[in-house]
Design a protein around this ligand. Structure first.
Ligand SMILES: [Zn+2]
Length: 284
């Protein structure tokens, strides 16, 4: 598992869903617009309902996302047409990493993920009726046919591959030109996570791997993924990239790596883990 010094940004820890929080429970609001949340004049998350009301004209539609010792937390979806006062901003969640405490970032991430779920599940997939929010759990309920919809979470495998003291890094055609990452892809129906890892690596860079080992995971609410992180060892073949998925890929010495994604992503957590392991093996 991941060493203690690594935290996993965007993870929501310790929130429990209660239909009816105890009376007198303090309410916190998080204003959500797409992948962004509203921040106040000090640049931090706006969560005091009184301050939120200065932004919103009416008592807004909101839903509870969980309860912790500080009180209950509600997501308040706002439309793009809501004008914010001077100094307030719609701030992308990713820009808040390292700016607000990780626990608040995790709560904001859940607010973003569930706002998207309710927004994209307004109608029943079976009969087309307008869905209601279910009261006893986080889900939607069709008043006509009884169909229940649960939040969508798409698993994505991501793997950092090692060959001796080198690491396989790849650049996506969609990434900033100079930033390198590792191989990742959506799990397909019927696959185990390990099978998905081996398939994605074979498809994207044409090599075989073994010693596929689960290391850590990270919720990635852009829009609704769960990144499942692995490490693996090179087992054969030479690099042959899929140009639709990969711009460039190669083996890099752990001592001279190209520009990597900033801290906060599971890509960086996995690369840092493997670098630490190679470094330890090299010294012993
Ligand atoms: Zn229905």
């Amino acid at each position: 598992m991941i060493p203690e010094e690594h935290t996993v940004p965007f993870a929501t820890d310790g929130l429990v869903y209660h239909r009816d929080p105890p009376p007198g429970t303090r309410e916190h609001w998080i204003l959500v617009d797409g992948p962004s949340v509203v921040t106040g004049r000090d640049g931090t998350l706006l969560s005091d309902p009184a301050a939120c009301r200065t932004v919103l004209a009416d008592d807004p539609d909101r839903f509870m996302i969980g309860y912790d010792p500080r009180g209950s937390w509600c997501a308040v979806p706002i439309s793009g047409s809501v004008l914010l006062p001077d100094g307030y901003a719609r701030t992308h969640l990713r820009s808040l990493y390292g700016v607000i405490p990780d626990d608040l970032l995790g709560i904001a991430s859940r607010a973003v993920a569930l706002s998207r779920f309710f927004h994209t599940h307004r109608f029943c997939g079976i009969c087309g009726a307008e869905m209601n929010r279910k009261e006893d759990e986080i889900a939607t309920l069709c008043p006509s046919c009884g169909h229940i919809g649960y939040p969508v979470i798409n698993p994505v495998v991501i793997v950092c591959i090692r060959q001796g003291d080198r690491i396989l890094l790849a650049r996506s055609p969609r990434f900033l030109p100079a930033v390198y990452g590792v191989i990742a892809g959506f799990v397909e129906a019927g696959e185990t996570l390990e099978q998905a890892v081996a398939r994605e690596v074979a498809e994207e860079v044409g090599i075989a791997i073994d010693t596929i080992r689960y290391r850590c995971s990270q919720p990635w609410p852009f829009p609704h993924s769960l990144m499942v992180g692995f490490t693996a060892s090179y087992a054969g073949g030479s690099i042959r990239i899929d140009p639709n998925e990969i711009g460039e890929a190669g083996w890099y010495s752990y001592e001279s790596l190209p520009t990597l994604p900033a801290a906060g992503s599971i890509t960086r957590i996995l690369i840092d883990l493997v670098v630490e392991e190679i470094s330890r093996d090299t010294k012993s």
